[in-house]
Write a protein that binds this ligand. Structure first.
Ligand code: ADP
Ligand code: MG
Length: 397
């Protein structure tokens, strides 16, 4: 089992900034990746989700400029598909959706979204970014990158924006500037999670409640299993699921599927002719219910019972929404066979990661069962680490 990554040091990031830009940064900020415990594809239907922040973070060392230039550097640019392009120089006034290729579109999109919303960040900035969030693993490295940038700009320019306001702008950057049609969960999780808790979030109005979550106090552990299969949500499957959900909402005469109460599900399904859309609707309505059920169980101190809810959620994602894949299904079946209390895929699916709730005394057995099952199937070795609920975005220096 891999040890929990220690967030990249703020001092190292500041030192690297000095090397790159020849001056001290105005500050250093961190924004975490996230894993979603329950509530999948519900955020794109105005529903409920329940993520937690990971100890893995994007760290941004940054300083204001006054000449309208945005200079971006990422320590992981090469892995992020930036080739040798370590430093990217842009004109703030010339930022347009689609005009910035590659990884730099995420931070540049945030600056664009801030300007579009009327915030005075036209002077530009120098940024050095470095990350311990694995990219493309369904753990939201993209949102961490956006939120770290947004928080840095917010402080450097004294904008006084709240976490939810920054999350909304970061999501707009990803939707419009980068062109990825994600929901708001990832950015809200990165901006608003707190250590030791889950974020019970209503994605319609962005109200949330932090639900204390300490599985170790109950003799349990929550594991993340990164299958190593890199999802490509751009392949149309994600857009197709969203379109199918919207078609379902239209057919049922509601603005979004979040408005269908769980008790009304049988009647609603009876009004839908298309079996594919019926499956999507059943998934979204029942997963909203599973988020509520999980909150009730945690409030009652019954953490063990959450396991069955996770496994039920996986079946729904696999059979009704059809966004799982053989590797994710194998994590779930191998973990359950090794005695885990519950498991499900997390994030957009088609690869990425799964979460497993298990007894603290069966962590090693579950991790090796999953590793063995992957080896037997001829898959690459999965990466397993504990999901310790960690702080949301914050200033480090
Ligand atoms: P996820 O958010 O699940 O990790 P995405 O496909 O949404 O996956 O985002 C991954 C993309 O984010 C990468 O392809 C890259 O463009 C960008 N990215 C992530 N981490 C970094 C980093 N440390 N430096 C530069 N770009 C990064
Ligand atoms: Mg992402």
């Amino acid at each position: 089992m891999t040890a929990t990554e220690v967030p990249t040091g703020a001092d190292e990031a500041a030192a690297r900034f000095r090397e790159l830009y020849g001056r001290a940064p105005g500050g250093v900020w961190a924004a975490p990746g996230r894993v979603n415990l329950i509530g999948e594809y519900t955020d794109v239907n105005d529903g409920y989700v329940m993520p937690l922040a990971l100890p893995h973070t994007v760290v941004a060392a940054a300083a204001r400029r006054a000449d309208g230039r945005l200079v971006l550097h990422s320590a992981q640019a090469r892995e992020a598909g930036g080739g040798r392009q370590g430093v990217v120089r842009l004109d703030v006034a010339a930022l347009r959706p689609g005009a910035v290729p590659g990884w730099a579109a995420y931070p540049a999109g945030v600056v664009w979204a801030l300007r579009e919303a009327g915030h005075p960040v036209g002077g530009g900035a120098d940024l050095h970014l470095t990350s311990t969030v694995p990219a493309g693993a369904g753990l939201s490295s993209s949102a961490a990158l956006e939120v770290a940038t947004a928080l840095a700009l917010n402080d450097l320019y004294g904008l006084g924006l709240t976490g939810p306001a920054l999350a909304v702008l970061a999501r707009r950057a990803e939707n419009v500037f980068v062109g990825v049609p994600c929901g708001v969960m990832d950015q809200m999780a990165s901006a608003c999670c707190a250590a030791g808790s889950l974020l019970h979030l209503d994605t319609r109005d962005l109200t949330y409640r932090r639900v204390p979550f300490d599985p170790s106090a109950h003799g349990l552990a929550l594991l993340v299993v990164d299958t190593g299969v890199r999802h490509a949500l751009g392949d149309g499957a994600y857009a197709e699921r969203r379109a199918g959900c919207e078609a379902g909402a239209r057919a049922l005469g509601v603005e979004s599927l979040r408005e269908i109460p769980y008790e009304a599900l049988p009647e609603a399904l009876g009004r839908l002719a298309d079996p594919v859309v019926r499956g999507y609707v059943r998934h979204v309505v029942s997963d909203n219910r599973r988020v509520g059920r999980t909150a009730e169980l945690l409030d009652a101190g019954d953490v063990r019972a959450v396991g069955a809810v996770l496994t039920e959620g996986h079946a729904s994602l696999r059979d009704d929404l059809r966004v799982s894949c053989p590797e994710l299904d194998l994590v779930v079946s191998a973990a359950l066979a090794a005695g885990a209390l519950g498991a499900r895929m997390t994030g957009g699916g088609f690869g990425g990661s799964a979460v497993v709730l298990t007894g603290a005394d069966t962590v090693d057995a579950v991790a090796s069962a999953v590793a063995d099952a992957f080896a037997d199937a001829g898959y690459g070795a999965p990466r397993v680490f504990p999901a310790v609920p960690s702080p949301g975005a914050r200033r480090l220096i």
